[in-house]
Design a protein around this ligand. Structure first.
Ligand code: NAP
Length: 250
């Protein structure tokens, strides 16, 4: 079976993606930044689902770690057929854009945008050397278009992922490498744990037409569907997995 590198798959959405790929028998590189035990737990869950998995530490914001991730993947199976750019962080403090500082901006852009951009560049170069090529999926957010004035850095990083999707999709289309963007809505993970009560209320009040929290499995199922290669005449495509949040409803 082919090999997928899923960044930030020790927990949350990435873990949901890794398990769904495992159900289709993929070899999954479970990347983590600091939480090795969680990564090993995810590997066990991938294997239980029917796939193969290894845990590889690496901070996507560091060039040497991105190379380490690719090297470890190739050392394991000799090829990479799917890159899922999922790793991402929220600002440590939600601060109004008139107050928010440059350190937070730099960190969010480096982890959420620069990291995936250059990891994609490296992986695309590798895929071009493989006869079977591959696919790339970027996990952005409804924050790519919904303005939250208390986390401008996060919104800009996710909007940037939208353009990154278009750029790599356009560049790689002739080479038979498809690039997609999955935009999650509000998903129950550690990232949203701190604002759970606020979102419980907003969801009950109708934030999205489908009135429930999204689960990591919801994103995983969308990624799994794309990974099967069933969208061969689509690239640069955005798939909203958000309970219908993106619709304008009157
Ligand atoms: P999460 O629960 O906080 O998990 C984050 C994952 O990313 C962990 O596996 C973490 O590894 C890893 N990670 C963090 N920084 C990293 C780095 N520099 N290099 C490599 N891995 C790193 O987050 P989540 O909610 O699953 O979010 C996953 C993605 O979905 C993010 O890009 C996020 O912006 C996006 N998203 C989330 C939501 C939501 O509602 N949750 C909505 C829209 C979009 P460790 O375990 O080692 O710390």
């Amino acid at each position: 079976m082919p090999t997928a590198l899923v960044t930030g798959s020790s927990r949350g959405i990435g873990r949901g993606i890794a398990i769904q790929l495992g159900e289709d028998g993929w070899h999954v590189v479970v990347n983590y930044c600091g939480n090795q035990q969680a990564a090993e737990d995810t590997c066990a869950a991938v294997v239980a689902a029917g796939g193969q998995a290894i845990a590889v530490q690496g901070d996507v914001s560091k060039a040497e770690d991105r190379q380490k991730l690719l090297d470890a993947t190739l050392e394991w199976t000799g090829a990479i057929e799917l890159l899922v750019n999922n790793a991402g962080i929220a600002p440590s403090v939600r601060a109004d854009i008139l107050e928010a500082d440059e350190d937070s901006f730099d960190k969010l852009i480096t982890v959420n945008l620069k990291g995936p951009y250059f990891l994609t560049q490296a992986v695309a170069r590798q895929m071009l050397q493989q006869p079977q090529r591959g696919q790339i999926i970027n996990i952005s957010s409804l924050s790519a278009y919904a303005a939250s004035v208390n986390r401008g850095d996060y919104c800009i990083s996710k909007a940037g992922l939208g353009m990154m999707t278009s750029l790599f999709a356009a560049r790689l289309a002739d080479d038979d490498i498809r690039v997609y963007e999955v935009r999650p809505g509000v998903i129950a993970t550690d990232m949203t744990g701190a604002v759970k009560e606020k979102y419980d209320r907003l969801i009950a009040e109708g934030l999205s037409p489908i009135k429930r929290w999204g689960q990591p499995e919801d994103i995983g199922r969308a990624v799994r569907a794309i990974a099967r290669g069933d969208f061969p005449f689509s690239t640069g495509e955005v798939i909203n997995v958000d309970g219908g949040f993106h619709m304008k409803v009157l």
